[in-house]
Design a protein around this ligand. Structure first.
Ligand code: GAR
Length: 208
């Protein structure tokens, strides 16, 4: 059974999708053993509590810079004996020292079809604002392994979502979550826990 540690910073609807998948038996060979938040008081922590999942707050504001913060996160991940680390709306960029310690063991959900609308500065609602500004007809979500390159790691799963002419960023965000993020993030976690994800030459192959 793999230990899954989920990193959050906000409302935690993606965390909820993972909890539901665990409870519905979709994630077979793993359990969420800890939720770590970069902010105190966020609703994601309530979700963990409701489901008796231990949580920790490692607050970004308590650390002087990204390296010191990353060392604290790494120490927490090591203590939790994490086999898989999932960024589920985790809004803090970590130093490479964390990624190097967990190669192809950290995954992130991004609310666009990478390589569109991604990289530094593209997070949360901003991603959907930019998609609407460009007038794309399709957007979606991507789950990828985390590497040193922001939103640049090997792509595990993607799902497309239609953009409506009257969409606001909030409406589009909700549709992308419902139709894409909440589906592909648990699927990717399940595949990882079943040892079905293989990375070769920066590409992910899914074993049958
Ligand atoms: C989600 O849409 C997630 O894809 C996005 O933030 C939201 C968090 O919502 N993440 C990023 O933009 C990371 N670059 P949640 O807290 O309800 O899961």
């Amino acid at each position: 059974m793999k230990n899954i540690v989920v990193l959050v910073s906000g409302g935690g609807t993606n965390l909820q999708a993972l909890i539901d998948a665990q409870e519905n038996g979709i994630i077979k060979n793993g359990r969420i053993t800890c939720v770590i938040s970069s902010k105190p008081g966020v609703y994601a922590l309530e979700r963990a509590k409701k489901h008796n999942i231990p949580s920790r707050v490692v607050a970004r504001k308590d650390y002087s810079d990204a390296v010191e913060y990353s060392k604290a996160i790494l120490a927490a991940l090591d203590e939790e004996k994490a086999d898989l680390v999932i960024y589920a709306g985790f809004m803090t960029i970590l130093d490479d020292l964390v990624v190097k310690a967990y190669p192809n063991k950290m995954m992130n959900v991004h609310p666009a079809l990478i390589p569109s609308f991604c990289g530094k500065g593209y997070y949360g609602l901003k991603v959907h604002e930019e998609a609407l500004k460009k007038g794309v007809k399709l957007t979606g979500a991507t789950v990828h392994f985390v590497t040193e390159v922001c939103d640049g790691g090997p792509i595990i799963l993607q799902k497309a979502v239609e953009v409506g002419e009257d969409d606001t960023p909030e409406i589009l965000q909700r549709r992308v979550m419902e139709q894409a993020e909440w589906k592909i993030l648990p699927q990717a976690a399940a595949l990882f826990c079943e040892d079905r994800l293989e990375v070769r030459n920066d590409k992910v192959y899914i074993k049958k």
